[in-house]
Design a protein around this ligand. Structure first.
Ligand code: PLP
Length: 219
């Protein structure tokens, strides 16, 4: 049951670690159930899915966007989303900034890092991350609040640990630079198979789907 799964997770996560329920492929009633069990943040991957459930979930929750966001879809979601965890290009930053400026909003974002340098994957490459964050300074309607990673596609569980370590080092390095308009608060990493290792390595935002809602039929 969703309620029991959430309870078990809360019992396990240390204080200061926030749970994001990854809700792709779930319906509004499942999302409401998670909210009633105490989940404050829902993470959605797809714009169409968000629009499908957004108005049906009545509980007071926050929405994080955790999927690959196409520039031409930004307009449809900026008013509904409380954080975009997957900022991965200047082009996308520019569009988010423009749409948020138009509605007088400052969007909290995390920069998505392609930690394994996989060419087929989205995300800013590890070595470019600090420069990328610095160059976001021109966008006044975006506030960088940390980093996010999916980890390598081919690894899960314990095999993710070295990548999580690298992420934490990068997070601390950028934080130390004390950049203007940057408030390094969140390190988002860890999913059902890997959140234990992620938290041990310094994650304070974990995105969990399967362990809350059960197996799903698609990604
Ligand atoms: C699906 C998904 C998760 C959660 O994955 P589970 O293995 O079901 O816990 C986390 N983050 C992102 C970006 C996802 O797409």
């Amino acid at each position: 049951m969703i309620k029991d799964n959430v309870k078990a997770l809360f019992a396990q996560l240390p204080a200061g670690v926030e749970l994001v329920a990854a809700v792709k492929a779930r319906d509004a009633s499942e999302i409401s159930e998670a909210a009633k069990a105490g989940v404050r943040i829902m993470g959605e991957n797809y714009v169409q899915d968000l629009l499908r459930v957004y108005y049906s979930v009545k509980e007071p929750i926050l929405w994080h966007f955790i999927g690959h966001l196409q520039t031409n879809k930004v307009r449809q979601i900026v008013d509904k989303i409380d954080m975009i965890e997957t900022l991965d290009s200047m082009r996308l930053a520019k569009e988010i900034d423009k749409r948020c400026a138009a509605m007088g909003k400052v969007m909290p974002v995390l920069v998505e890092i392609n930690i394994a340098e996989e060419s087929a994957k989205t995300g800013v490459h590890f070595d470019d991350a600090a420069d990328f964050v610095r160059s976001l300074k021109v966008y006044k309607n975006i506030r960088v609040e940390g980093l996010m990673t999916m980890g390598p596609r081919t690894a899960s569980g314990e095999k993710m640990r070295p990548y999580f370590k690298k992420m934490k080092e990068l997070f601390e390095k950028i934080k130390k630079q004390g950049l203007e308009g940057v408030d390094m608060k969140y390190l988002s990493m860890g999913m059902t198979s890997s959140y234990v290792a992620a938290v041990e390595e310094g994650a304070n935002l974990v995105r969990i789907g399967t362990k809350i809602f059960g197996e799903r039929n698609y990604d």
